[in-house]
Design a protein around this ligand. Structure first.
Ligand code: NAP
Length: 298
């Protein structure tokens, strides 16, 4: 449906958001949360190739949204080590290109970064005051994206987020992948107890970001995470217990599994600029409740 038509149908001039990556883990939660207050146009790899900047320019020029939200990323520590050029293209140059377009057209740009921009030295929560010092290509290229967004587009939000969990059709990331193994009948999973983060529910993030946009929160860089810190082992043990899955979660070290990049092992985060999200345990309870609800319905 043409954009002008949608505006007429709803009767009020809803602000339009171009949501790049609306089928991803965070993008799908954002799509649901933003849709009651904005006209959200979602685009994914079926609609355009984020590595082709002519296509990106065309998309933005054609739609002229009020806000661009970019959730597209080249993820995975190992994948980025193996293909640093692609990592730089998608994680650094794409947000840089979006920032240039957004600044030229007066569009607000929302971009996502990661706890992997930090090293492990702090041994405490990372806040917005901490200076990035990434350990691997993923973190380096995401930090590069942050720098270009900041330097090229004044009207920006950079939301740094940690390990995410949440309902999503793709099961390729950590929590959902572990659950897929268990749902497929595996009776035991081994999980690193020496990787500590502030795992965060995509639904909480999406609702918080919607409110920040609606409230016209000052532009800038923000840490968004559920409160608290926990190891991946403790996180999965909690989820498996809440879902009442008959399987054991066994403590392991990240060094027991093959990897090539330098891993971040301790990057809990919190904000000193906004009220934090609820504690991770409460978010996990909701996540499991929704999963079992979905399981019963489906
Ligand atoms: N997930 C985490 O644990 C985590 C942790 C820290 C930071 N982050 C950051 O949070 C943001 C969102 O991550 P996510 O986990 O939601 O990502 P995701 O699940 O991998 O979703 C990525 C989205 O981007 C689209 N996309 C990927 N490559 C594309 C391309 N070449 N052209 C067009 N579209 C493309 C995908 O479309 P298709 O569905 O068509 O493939 C999908 O909709 C990223 O900036 C990431 O760095 C995530």
């Amino acid at each position: 449906m043409p954009l002008s038509r949608c505006r007429l149908d709803v009767g009020v001039m809803l602000k339009t958001i171009l949501l790049l990556g609306h089928t991803g883990k965070l993008g799908s939660a954002l799509y649901g949360s933003l849709s009651s207050d904005y006209l959200v146009i979602g685009k994914n790899s079926r609609d355009f190739d984020a590595a082709n900047f002519d296509q990106v320019t065309w998309l933005v020029d054609e739609l002229r949204p009020d806000i661009i939200i970019n959730t597209v990323a080249f993820m995975g520590i190992d994948a980025c080590e193996l293909d640093p050029e692609r990592a730089q293209l998608i994680n650094t140059l794409l947000p840089g290109h979006l920032a240039k377009l957004a600044a030229k057209l007066g569009i607000t740009l929302v971009h996502f970064s990661t706890d992997a921009v930090f090293n492990d030295d702090k041994k405490d929560y990372y806040t917005e005051n901490d200076i990035p010092s990434p350990l691997n290509m993923y973190g380096i290229t995401k930090h590069g994206g942050e720098c270009l967004v900041r330097s090229r587009c004044r009207q920006h939000y950079i939301f740094r987020v940690p390990l995410l969990f949440g309902e999503c059709s793709k099961k390729s990331q950590f929590v959902e992948k572990m659950l897929e193994f268990l749902y497929a009948g595996q009776k035991n999973i081994r999980v690193s107890s020496d990787l500590v983060s502030s795992p965060t529910y995509t639904f909480d993030l999406a609702d918080n970001i919607t409110q920040m946009l609606l409230n016209e929160t000052p532009f800038g860089t923000y840490h968004l995470a559920n409160e608290g810190k926990v190891s991946l082992f403790e996180l999965m043990a909690e989820i498996v217990a809440l879902l009442k899955i008959e399987a054991t979660v066994e403590k392991a070290s990240y060094m027991d599994f093959p990897f090539i990049g330098t891993k971040n092992t301790f990057t809990p985060m919190k904000s000193i600029k906004t009220a934090g999200l609820r504690p991770w345990q409460k978010a996990v309870e909701d996540y499991c409740r929704r999963l079992t609800g979905d399981a019963k319905n489906g």
